[in-house]
Design a protein around this ligand. Structure first.
Ligand SMILES: C[S@@+](CC[C@H](N)C(=O)[O-])C[C@H]1O[C@@H](n2cnc3c(N)ncnc32)[C@H](O)[C@@H]1O
Length: 197
């Protein structure tokens, strides 16, 4: 992708509101086995059309981050703070719950490194970071919806894990989605490594 910012700006101008139907966050929780946070500082990186963000915002202070200004503008006033990809405004050790879902497969290595460095930096000791990351071993021909395969960039789990360690994160658990094990989605639960606390 030559210019990811421009790509996502254009895409967010034409996103379908139909994607907003149903409880996306509850579905996410069921699939990935985490509890919806309450009264916490939440950071969501790559909010998209806000499927989860809107629900997080009902009971939490949410930092909404996306590379696309349009995506953030479309969310209206629900979040505590809106930040384009730059997260340096968020103080260290302040986030209880962070999530980055369906984003890494759109990112080059450098962007992933930046996201990991920032999320681990702002995570509180004991905070949780849920990262969903596509696996490069995903079998060819799998139906991945409307996104064209050539727009996606697959990173190996080993590379992702090494980068998490470099950012100062510890992987608490990892597993494949039960719903779509054949697609090989990885879900990683990450905390701040003890050496950074
Ligand atoms: C497929 S959407 C996923 C949205 C949302 N997480 C969800 O699960 O519905 C990917 C989102 O990541 C954003 N994005 C892509 N690269 C990014 C980056 N480097 N930093 C932050 N957001 C990024 C895009 O603008 C887009 O909104």
């Amino acid at each position: 992708m030559k210019n990811p910012e421009e790509f996502w700006q254009n895409k967010h101008k034409v996103q379908s509101p139909l994607w907003l139907t149903g409880s996306y966050l509850n579905a996410l929780c069921r699939v990935h086995e985490f509890e919806v946070p309450k009264n916490q500082n939440v950071l969501e990186v790559g909010v998209g059309i806000g499927r989860a963000t809107r629900e997080f915002a009902k009971d939490n202070d949410v930092y909404a981050v996306d590379i696309s200004r349009t995506a953030l503008d479309n969310l209206g006033n629900i979040a505590k703070k809106y930040l384009t990809a730059d997260m340096v405004d968020i103080p260290d050790d302040t986030i209880d719950f962070a999530i980055c879902h369906l984003v890494f497969q759109h990112c080059e290595n450098e962007a992933i490194g930046f996201i990991l460095d920032q999320v681990i930096r702002v995570l509180k000791p004991g905070g949780q970071f849920f990262l969903q990351s596509g696996d490069s071993k995903q079998p060819m021909g799998v139906n991945i919806g409307r996104t064209k395969r050539r727009e996606l960039i697959w990173h190996t789990p080993d590379w992702i894990k090494a980068r998490i360690a470099l950012a100062g994160g510890d992987i608490v658990s990892e597993r494949l989605s039960q719903r779509t094990p054949d697609i090989y989605w990885q879900l990683l639960k990450i905390t701040k490594a003890a050496k950074n606390i």
